[in-house]
Design a protein around this ligand. Structure first.
Ligand code: ADP
Ligand code: MG
Length: 392
């Protein structure tokens, strides 16, 4: 890894510009979940402890280059103050003068960067204006690193730049899981559709030893093998693509695991009457909503033979019990092996993280990425432009 960290920087007496992700949910002016803010605390506190001034830069919502008062970061500032247990100076204009007035060792938060049309265009001029406010650039927003914006990409080329502690932890976890993993590696990919995860599947086939396909997308793979999936969610126009992935896996020695048995129901609702059948025996008027117990047993034994697990996408319609059963059981097994020191487990994706949290397994995982789009692009094998800029 060729990017620098805070360890490589002299922060004493420096103004440190820190790109953070504090795009948190807000209802009636109150932050309802401050997880993202909590996660930037170590980086900010370290900058202050080492004699620096921290100038936080972030976006909030999608104002599209316009000043939209409802999307002001001013409303997030109190929550940032609470998490940092420090006064936060909110700076909504006249950046240079206001920052000049700051006492060394203080914390400032700039107004929503996306109020400026330059930000999302990766405009060099806007980046230069931001860069002029500080001496060092720290990127601690992995979740925004898949986008080349002034505050994530262009600015990194204008100042001495490094990864913050959160970015560092995320990159290290991902590197451990897929970059140079301990083998064998198993990937679990579930969720609704093949079409949204094509590039993901293509990359994972190349990089893993076992690929478990579950959720709605498994139905498309079953259909590709000529199996009638009844009324199940399936993309019948994607069956050729699914077949190609199966062929590719064979040629590179990746073992694909499709469901052997499935749980079917006639209604898509919690507690719907259901039955377990072989994967090739879905009744014409039913839909597959979860993997069955035999499939789960196979997964558990695959997990036992592996050193590394990477997971994106639930194995069934986990929002409506009991169709969360397979996801929960597989998650519990991964948690148990991780706790016993036998498995490195990394998971990410909005619904995946929700499912693992509800099942209670998340805490035991080696790393849970909350980065959404950036995590997926990374799993797809793409270069994250914000990370590449740090390597410059
Ligand atoms: P993530 O957000 O973690 O990337 P996805 O958005 O790809 O995950 O997939 C989650 C969605 O897939 C959930 O809404 C879940 O209900 C749905 N899903 C999983 N299995 C099935 C299935 N068999 N039939 C219908 N929907 C399913
Ligand atoms: Mg989702």
């Amino acid at each position: 890894m060729s990017w620098k960290t805070l360890d490589d920087m002299d922060l004493d007496g420096k103004k440190v510009l820190v790109r953070v992700d504090i795009n948190v949910p807000v209802e009636d002016g109150t932050v309802t979940d401050d997880t993202r803010i909590q996660r930037i605390v170590p980086t900010v506190h370290e900058i202050l402890e080492r004699g620096g001034t921290a100038i936080l830069m972030a976006h909030f919502g999608r104002p599209k280059g316009l000043v939209v008062p409802e999307m002001s970061l001013g409303q997030i500032a109190p929550a940032v103050e609470a998490c940092l247990a420090r006064k936060v100076h909110f700076i909504d204009g006249n950046y240079g003068a206001r920052i000049g007035e700051l006492e060394p060792g203080s914390v400032a938060l700039l107004e929503n960067l996306r109020f400026n049309p330059g930000e999302e265009k990766n405009d060099e001029g806007f980046a230069a204006r931001l860069a002029s406010l500080g001496d060092i650039y720290v990127n601690d927003a992995f979740s925004a690193a898949h986008r080349a914006h002034s505050s994530t990409e262009a600015i990194a080329r204008l100042l001495p730049a490094c990864a913050g502690r959160l970015m560092q932890a995320e990159l290290r976890a991902l590197e451990t899981a897929l970059g140079t993993p301990k083998r064998p590696v198993v990937a679990v990919v579930g969720g609704a559709k093949v079409s949204t995860k094509l590039e993901l599947l293509a990359n994972l086939v190349e990089k893993t030893d076992h690929l478990v396909i579950g959720g709605g997308m498994a139905n498309t793979f079953l259909a590709a093998q000529g199996i009638d999936v009844g009324k199940s969610l399936a993309e019948h126009d994607m069956t050729d693509t699914a077949s190609e992935i199966l062929e590719k896996a064979k040629s590179v020695g990746c073992t694909i695991h499709l469901p052997a048995d499935v749980v079917v129901a006639r209604e898509f609702e919690a507690g719907a009457e259901n039955e377990t059948v072989a994967a090739n025996a879905c009744p014409a008027d039913a839909m597959i909503l979860d993997a069955g117990p035999n499939t789960v047993k196979t997964l558990e034994s695959v997990f036992e033979t592996c050193e590394t697990l990477i997971w994106n996408g639930p194995l069934g319609a986990f929002e409506i019990p009991p169709f969360d059963t397979a996801t929960n059981a597989a998650a519990a097994k991964a948690a148990e092996l991780t706790k016993a020191g036998k498995l490195i487990s990394v998971a990410g994706g909005g619904d995946t993280v929700a499912a693992l949290n509800v099942s209670g397994a998340a805490e035991a995982f080696t790393y849970i990425s909350t980065a959404g789009g950036a995590f997926l692009e990374w799993m797809e094998g793409k270069t994250l432009l914000g990370v590449a800029a740090l390597e410059g």
